[in-house]
Design a protein around this ligand. Structure first.
Ligand SMILES: NC(=O)c1ccc[n+]([C@@H]2O[C@H](COP(=O)([O-])OP(=O)(O)OC[C@H]3O[C@@H](n4cnc5c(N)ncnc54)[C@H](O)[C@@H]3O)[C@@H](O)[C@H]2O)c1
Length: 321
């Protein structure tokens, strides 16, 4: 396989901008693509903010920040990424959307270009089957926030060649990631375990077993998780979580993945976690007692069944804020 020098990231959202950041910090020329120039540039602005926080905290040298930013180009034209050696897709968790992008990319790019997906759960084998040259398709599953999380889960589709895996392992090493390699099964290793826990936590919140804060504390203090399952769902995005739960429920048929009503309601109400409204804002105690709504309740509270809300505290992610 030819040496990888240029990386394109498709989708400049939560994950895409983070992947472009670590690519640029690892010394690759990086292109950040989204459907509009505005969105691509917004992604670069988030990278710039992240790097600024890194400099303020003494974790990134100012010259490293400047060099990384100089290596990133925001684009909204697929032609602009057609010469890249590695393309990493981070668009919404929707199989038909991903298949259609992989088909396009595989026709547009050189036959030697590697096509990777950051999907959290979808079948890589299915995505690869839409591409010309499916042996160069592989899963590169990064974690949020990408610049802080060490794990990179490499997912081998049925068609993925050893050379492709070897090449993306090289990239992961240069990005400073620790890697695990998994077979293409719904939810791989990380998402299957993590989402089962997260959905159970939402059901416990619905049942009123404990407050959101205490459910999180149970895992943080009792099991040593750095972040409780509800905080994590808020960080990932409730829309992303719901899409994954629906897919895993369909594929694995296990009740562990049946999407809880509360999760569906929050997404329907446009409350998507950190982006908008948090699980951690729900006082489950008030919900059980059906207590009266307090003053200053946000307009979206009725959509959640009239529960009182308050601001959550995400102290665990000082760098991200
Ligand atoms: N959010 C997480 O914590 C997390 C963690 C690991 C993996 N993932 C996976 O990463 C992927 C992206 O998730 P996200 O949370 O970054 O989503 P997001 O909604 O934050 O970002 C998606 C971006 O893709 C863009 N987009 C939509 N259609 C596009 C297209 N056809 N071409 C290019 N760009 C397009 C959107 O404009 C948006 O900017 C999903 O597959 C998700 O499962 C997410």
């Amino acid at each position: 396989m030819a040496e990888i020098k240029t990386i394109a990231v498709l989708g400049a959202g939560t994950m895409g901008h983070g992947i472009a950041q670590v690519a640029a910090q690892a010394g690759y020329q990086a292109f950040l693509y989204d459907v509009s120039r505005d969105l691509a540039e917004k992604g670069v602005r988030k990278i710039s903010e992240n790097l600024k926080l890194g400099v303020d905290k003494g974790k990134v040298r100012p010259e490293e920040r400047d060099a990384a930013l100089a290596r990133i180009t925001p684009v909204d034209d697929l032609e602009a990424v057609s010469r890249c050696d590695l393309l990493i897709e981070a668009i919404p968790e929707d199989l038909s959307l991903k298949r259609s992008l992989f088909k396009k990319l595989s026709e547009l790019c050189a036959p030697t270009a590697i096509l990777a997906s950051n999907t959290s759960s979808l079948s890589l084998t299915d995505i690869a089957s839409a591409a010309r040259g499916p042996e160069r398709v592989v899963g590169m599953h990064f974690f949020n926030p990408v610049h802080l999380m060490k794990l990179l889960e490499i997912v081998r589709a049925y068609q993925t060649s050893d050379g492709t895996v070897q090449a993306v392992r090289g990239v992961g090493t240069r990005m400073g990631k620790q890697m695990i390699e998994v077979r293409d099964r719904p939810g791989f290793a990380s998402t299957r375990l993590g989402v089962a826990l997260g959905l159970q936590a939402v059901r416990m919140l619905e049942e009123g077993v404990a407050t959101a804060e205490d459910i999180d504390r149970a895992m943080e203090l009792g099991y040593g998780h750095p972040m409780g399952p509800l905080k994590l769902a808020d960080l990932v995005g409730l829309d992303v979580r719901l899409a994954i739960a629906e897919y895993l429920y369909k594929e694995l048929g296990s009740d562990a993945f049946r999407p809880p009503q509360l999760l569906k309601q929050m997404v329907r109400a446009g409350k998507l976690g950190r982006k908008t409204g948090l699980f951690l804002e729900i006082r489950s105690r008030d919900r059980i007692s059906g207590g009266p709504l307090r003053k200053n309740q946000p307009a979206w509270a009725p959509a959640l069944g009239g529960r009182r809300v308050r601001l959550g505290n995400l102290r665990l992610l000082p760098w991200l804020r």
